[in-house]
Design a protein around this ligand. Sequence first.
Ligand SMILES: [Zn+2]
Length: 504
Amino acid sequence: MSRRLRVAVAVAVAACTTGRAGVVPVDPFAAAPPFEESSAAAGDDADDAVATPIADAYRAVAARILADARADRGGWDKLAHLADRIGNRLAGSAALDLAIVWAADAMRRDGHDVRTEPVMVPRWVRGAEAARIVTPVQRDLVVLGLGGTVGTPKGGVRGQVVVVHGWSELAARKAELAGAIVLYDVAMPAWTEEHGSGYGDVVPFRWAGASAAARYGAAAVLMRSVTAHSLRSPHTGSMGYEDGVAKIPAAAITVEDTELLARLAAAGDVTVQLELGARMLPEVRSANVIGELRGREQPDQVVLIGAHLDSWDVGQGAHDDGAGCIHVMQALTVLRRLGLQPRRTIRVVLFTNEENGLRGAAGYAAAHAAEVGGHVAALESDSGGFAPRGLEVAIGGDGSDEVMAQLADLVTLLAPLGATTLERSDHPGADIAPLTRQGVLGLGLSTDGRRYFDIHHTHADTLDKVDPQALADGVAAVAVLAYVLADLPAPLHVPPPPVIYVSP
Ligand SMILES: [Zn+2]
């Protein structure tokens, strides 16, 4: 989530005209000057004007896509079905199996070429959970086990609470940790324009906190939920265990309960009882769902638009990542309905098991390894169904400025949505990471994320939190981006990405 560089994008809609207003050409470049020539000419002519050859060539068709997608409520109907009729859908659950069948059928009904590709996934089940303060007061805590945690032994774990605010304090208090329940009280900072959500600042404690505490003999860990605003909702999310270190139970508690425990612990000894029924069962078969609009000239070259169909086992997975699935499914449907067939193939991939294993991403990359030269770009939507804001791009090295300039030109087409930001990012999407590591242009749809982490990975990630127009605008943005990327006369030349992303 780091926001290292924000590229100012000049939006010069009024200044640019193709002279073809109202006409929707099948090939936008057929009636326009050659691509490079038009770019160079515009650059030479005016030092203060930003050349926008891509936007110039595609403005008319983009306007048509935007108008159709923004007025369409087909995506909303799909999300309502997924959220209300299927609900949350963790890897290995019956609900995810239902979602896979539903998504494939829905894309078939919309006329796409559809198939599923099998992937084995872990099957973690939560079981019953309870936590309470035993001394110095008796009080129930709202608890939600972290994804992948082990369960507690029968009868639960009881221990003295040691509140720490970071790794150095954990190490400094190691003498107190044998048999203790460590509480990581690390507050997620509020969202800012400059820094974004601050999610990445806190997630390392969720991911690595259990093993770090277990090394000093702790019996269990609790953590302050990863959110900046709380209405007593606990937030789950993935965690991992280090090899060779005892596996101890790990759970999230609410911000409110964290602060209560911190106040009590500052005044004296506090004891908590924790019971988690979590278990890891044998792996089961799951699948990625794939739907395509075949290209008219180079069908073997692929622009992937992807999202993850699984969710955590709470709420409805409406924003995370039901909305992303709708963005990519409905974008393909809008293009097909408009009769727009780009030069290259647009491929929707609904990945399985993003939340607790990334097996769908790994399975897709492995299954399509021989085809990787065929991916010209991969766009992921996994930032919720909020109003689109622009693009995050994994790009670095020689030549990246040129690609960024072309993308800056491209996103001016999204000016009617207010979605023209363009930022370099080391993590535009977890499911496309195996492709970006191999040099495929990796793009992430960024959204107005100010409220996302209020409900992220909670019981409150439900359909009522999604605004139908914002969802449709996200579909519109993905449809324009996918169409243009798949139709450009030559794919954008992509320098290697800057970093390799490791943990979710
Ligand atoms: Zn997600």
